[in-house]
Design a binder for this molecule. Structure first.
Ligand code: FAD
Ligand code: AMP
Length: 478
């Protein structure tokens, strides 16, 4: 094998493997180094997302949702279930099968596209030299015309609750429980804490979520966040805002968690504790001192809006650079960089990155929140539509939540769309398309939507901006 490449990518998570495949599609001689190993100890491309993130969490969210539906809601529509049972190891095994199918799929795509997959560790030296250390055997020096750094992120740990991978776990450990903990503590009511808390709550755990902030989901539209909080509390998630965890001590096979709130000091005993307090860029061992790549003040690799680092010919994409830590944001950055290396001129539109929280109902949004528009003094109109009057949501017995469309008061341009409801993760795609094409709320109102569908709620909310939604009484009619 040659030691010289047009492109070397370090990291085969969503950002890195998209970059590598696109570069190879464009005729560039590309290698991708990744050090992740699957549960079987074999190289597993796909990074956090496929191995310990997006995909395994969704496998457990979907499975636990099916179980909770059968237990709590099938009777509503005349379906009796007797002898409903839960086989947690089987559920985890299903999740593992999905993961290995997909990680194997990336290896297959590398092969099919001519990407040289190099399992092991990569380190960037000066002048785009890369030191490659395979999992076994001798390391060697590689040379590239262009290097793309995509090493991703790892969970943040906090001194009061050190991970022991048994009773106190991070998000990776929380995907591996072999039985349902009777009492489960979750530190952090962010996206990951809520998703993992929901899985185990649906399967029967009593879940307490401790969140230091007073506001629930401050990055989401606050109307949506308020409604979601009530719904999640109704599902049994005991979400305690304004509570800061101060310590976690193991005691007789359980964990005693001490925390503070406005009223003083408290403690709580749980069988397992999930620490979900965020993720940090992962750069350990990545850069030689003379690599020329710099970090920003928060430890992310410093890049411009085209993902170019301070070192000539070196780019960085995904969780390791500024912006939301989301797989699809990294994918688009990876593709942009590969295409720019090949001489094309694409850009990533960071204003239309969709966010999703895969609870039930799901929360999804794109663009600005109402509180951000208010804070920025921007004049806007709002249209909203509740799923409680959507024919399709009623037919599906899944009526919680709403769609909210925010549009510029002068130009009617869509500024933000927020969905709390069934399949919000799918519905948000049409809002992203609308915003990407600079649509007005009126444009969305003029488009024909199939009936009966959940997406009609987006249509109606858009019509509501001008006050003429059909299936609700409008306050302002024009
Ligand atoms: P990563 O996926 O972290 O991949 C980086 C890869 O590089 C890893 O394989 C790592 O081992 C390897 N690597 C690092 N350093 C080196 C080195 N020096 N040499 C060789 N290899 C190296 N995002 C979503 O958009 N949707 C979701 O639903 C979602 N759910 C999530 C659920 C959970 C529980 C978690 C933890 C995360 C979730 N995320 C989700 C976030 C998502 O996983 C990340 O945004 C995404 O994986 C980042 O992609 P990346 O390619 O930048 O890095
Ligand atoms: P995210 O970054 O979206 O994954 O969310 C992590 C959440 O954890 C944030 O909302 C933090 O406020 C919260 N958090 C961080 N440290 C603590 C702590 N010691 N106690 C309770 N919550 C915390």
């Amino acid at each position: 094998m040659s030691d010289s490449f047009d492109v070397i990518v370090i990291g085969a998570g969503p950002a890195g493997y998209h970059a590598a495949i696109r570069a190879a599609q464009l005729g560039l001689n590309t290698a991708c180094i990744d050090k992740s190993l699957g549960k079987d100890g074999k190289p597993a491309y796909g990074g956090t997302c496929l191995n310990w993130g997006c995909i395994p969490s969704k496998a457990l969210l979907d499975a636990s949702h099916k179980y909770a539906e059968a237990r709590d809601h099938f009777a509503d529509v005349g379906i009796g279930v007797s002898g409903l049972s839960l086989d947690v190891p089987r559920m985890i095994a299903h999740k593992d099968q999905v993961v290995s199918k997909l990680t194997g799929g990336i290896a297959g795509l590398f092969k099919a596209n001519g990407v040289t997959g190099l399992p092991g560790t990569g380190k960037l030296l000066a002048n785009r030299q890369v030191e490659y250390r395979p999992h076994e055997g001798e390391g060697r020096m590689l040379q590239a015309a262009h290097v793309i750094l995509a090493p991703g992120s790892v969970p943040v740990s906090i001194p009061p609750a050190p991970i022991d991978d048994e009773l106190i776990v991070d998000s990776t450990g929380a995907l591996e429980f072999q039985s349902v903990p009777e009492r489960l503590g979750v530190i952090g009511a962010g996206v990951i804490g809520l998703e993992l808390g929901s899985v185990w709550n649906r399967l029967g755990s009593q879940v307490v979520v401790l969140e230091a902030l007073e506001d629930f989901l401050p990055m989401a539209d606050q109307r949506i966040a308020r409604d979601a909080l009530k719904l999640f509390q109704g599902q049994g998630l005991d979400i305690r805002l304004g509570t800061r965890v101060m310590g976690a001590k193991k005691k007789g096979g359980a964990v005693e968690v001490s925390y503070q709130d406005k009223e003083g000091d408290h403690s709580l005993t749980v069988d397992k504790l999930i620490v979900a307090v965020g993720r940090r860029p992962y750069t350990e061992g990545l850069l030689a001192p003379d690599s020329g790549v710099n970090l920003d003040e928060r430890g992310f690799l410093f890049v411009n809006d085209r993902c170019v680092t301070d070192a000539p010919g070196v780019y960085a994409v995904g969780d390791v650079v500024r912006g939301p830590m989301l797989a699809h944001k990294g994918m688009e950055e990876g593709i942009m960089v590969a295409e720019r290396i090949a001489g094309q001129k694409p850009l990533v539109n960071y204003d239309t990155v969709p966010s999703v929280i895969y609870t039930h109902p799901e929360i999804a949004w794109v663009g600005k929140t109402e509180q951000a528009l208010k804070a920025g003094g921007e004049a806007y109109n709002v249209g909203s539509f509740p799923f409680s009057v959507s024919g399709r949501a009623l037919a599906a017995n899944d009526t919680e939540g709403m769609v909210k469309v925010l549009a510029d008061a002068k130009t009617d341009r869509v500024l933000g769309v927020h969905v709390l409801g069934p399949q919000a993760s799918e519905l948000i795609a049409e809002a992203v398309i609308a915003m990407e094409f600079d649509a007005c709320a009126e444009d969305l109102g003029l488009i024909m939507f199939a009936h009966p569908t959940l997406s009609e709620a987006v249509h109606e909310a858009a019509l509501g901006v001008a006050g003429h939604a059909i299936h609700m009484v409008n306050r302002k009619r024009k």
